[in-house]
Design a protein. Structure first.
Lengths: 385, 72
């Protein structure tokens, strides 16, 4: 298998992108990535694009073919990938494999979601399709609700406090404030988080990401080509992809996601590094508690200690590992299908030394993308070439 | 396996922002229960959500055609 490099990244701002359709924003992110790579669209041999609920929210299916046409790439193999909130990470994984296995030399990967044109009730219902409808979600459980159930258990089992959970939001909003692509650009105080509107007890508005529009993209090539194509290529050191239980009731311990653990193990093994080597990580903070769980599942902090770690500043940009320097899903936004690619956008810029909240001496970076309550996860490890 | 319908509450939430189909039910509680026979289940809960405590015994009251099993 060949080594793979990333030579270009692009991202729209995340937020309410008035007047811009799902296809518009996907195309915009792709064009930015192509420009960053200095690659003409005619050279791209395959497109993988992650999108979760385009049909449902905006009536747009067949996204891969439609976007390929709109980009002027008609004719190439184009594939839409779906794995709930891990749709973008899965697109990236398939793009990496396509080059690693020698099928293609230049691949465009992307993720996009258009959510703000639907009502909150429609978005809530759409997001719930990431769960198991017959076996769990028909009870009326929502995604904030599922993570609220997990939060209560994490607090009971591990002693995590409501304040520690809230500090994830404070950290991420503070980081988002400096990120020009982020949806939320204002810091929040712990008190703001703890008094914000209840969404699903005990989770409140600021424990949740916003409803967002956005797209992100990356151009991939064989590592051997990369230095000739870009002055600061990034290498894909490892990739992992795993599934896990689709319901809370099938999990032995609802405070850990086996899919994240397994995908991370695969990626670390492929990269030949350990969690303590990671300098910056974009992890799946679909809710504040999810970041705490992710840092434990990825091996950054001991099981049950993720809340303590946030309170101690261990996951701050100057901490043991910078977690979500972009502001994460909570502050940057979570246009669901785009997130996996947006994490890579941030980390490539970190490795190049160009990020908004730049982590010093960033050598190894990790992107963690999680679908549903752990039904699927991808982990990607990046380093400088 | 025959299920008795009895179990204990492991964890729960109160849904305040509901999906469209259950908008008129909100706020409502959903819980993760461990049944007496061993398996777990996620189910709608009836009764005052402010009085729920971890570990409390609960029993099946009905099976709603849309919402599934309902416990109290």
């Amino acid at each position: 298998m060949r080594s793979v490099a990333i030579i270009g990244v692009g991202s729209t701002p995340f937020g309410k992108l008035e007047g811009r359709s799902l296809v518009d924003i996907a195309v915009a992110a792709c064009r930015e990535a192509l420009a960053d790579a200095g690659i003409h669209r005619e050279k791209i041999q395959a497109l993988y694009i992650g999108n979760f609920i385009g049909e449902r929210l905006v009536g747009q299916g067949a996204l891969a073919g439609v976007v390929a046409n709109r980009l002027g790439m008609s004719g190439i193999p184009a594939t839409k990938t779906e794995g709930a909130c891990a749709s973008g990470g899965i697109a990236l994984r398939l793009g990496v494999l396509g080059i690693a296995l020698g099928l293609y030399d230049l691949v465009l990967v992307a993720g996009a979601e258009k959510m703000t044109s639907a009502s909150t009730a429609e978005v809530t219902a759409g997001l719930a399709t990431a769960g198991d409808e017959e076996a769990e979600m028909r009870s009326g459980l929502t995604f904030p609700g599922a993570f609220a159930i997990i939060t209560r258990e994490h607090m009971a089992r591990h002693g995590t406090t409501r304040e520690q959970v809230g500090l994830v939001s404070v950290k991420n909003h503070g980081l988002g404030a400096a990120n020009p692509k982020a949806q939320f650009r204002k810091p929040v105080r712990l008190d703001d988080v703890l008094t914000s509107r209840l969404i699903a007890d005990p989770l409140r508005l600021f424990d949740c990401p916003p409803i967002s529009d956005g797209a992100a993209a990356a151009v991939l090539c064989p590592a051997d080509w990369a230095r000739d194509l870009h002055r600061q290529p990034v290498r894909v050191l490892g990739t992992g992809h795993a599934t896990g239980p689709a319901t809370l009731w099938e999990m032995d311990d609802i405070t850990t996601f086996p899919a994240s653990v397994r995908a991370a193990q695969e990626a670390y093994a492929m990269a030949g590094i350990t969690p303590s080597d990671i300098d910056a990580a974009e992890v799946h903070d679909c809710f504040t508690t999810a970041e705490i769980v992710a840092t434990e599942d990825l091996g950054f902090f001991a099981r049950g200690k993720g809340g303590h770690a946030v309170a101690e500043g261990w996951s701050a940009p100057d901490g043991k590992v910078a977690v979500n320097p972009s502001g994460g899903l909570i502050a940057k936004g979570h246009p669901v299908g785009a997130t996996g690619c947006a994490q890579v956008y941030e980390l490539v810029r970190q490795l190049r030394g160009e990020a908004a909240n730049q982590v010093r001496n960033c050598e190894f970076a990790l992107a963690h993308n999680l679908g549903g309550t752990g039904v699927v996860s991808t982990v990607t490890i990046l380093g400088r070439l | 396996m025959t299920l008795s319908g009895r179990g204990r509450l492991v964890s729960w939430t109160v849904i305040r922002v509901a999906p469209a189909r259950y908008a008129s039910d909100a706020p409502y509680a959903v819980g993760l229960l461990e049944l007496a026979e061993g398996p777990r289940i996620t189910a709608r809960l009836e009764g005052d959500p402010d009085r729920l405590t971890a570990g409390q015994p609960m029993g099946l009251v009905s099976i709603d055609p849309a919402r599934g099993p309902v416990f109290r």
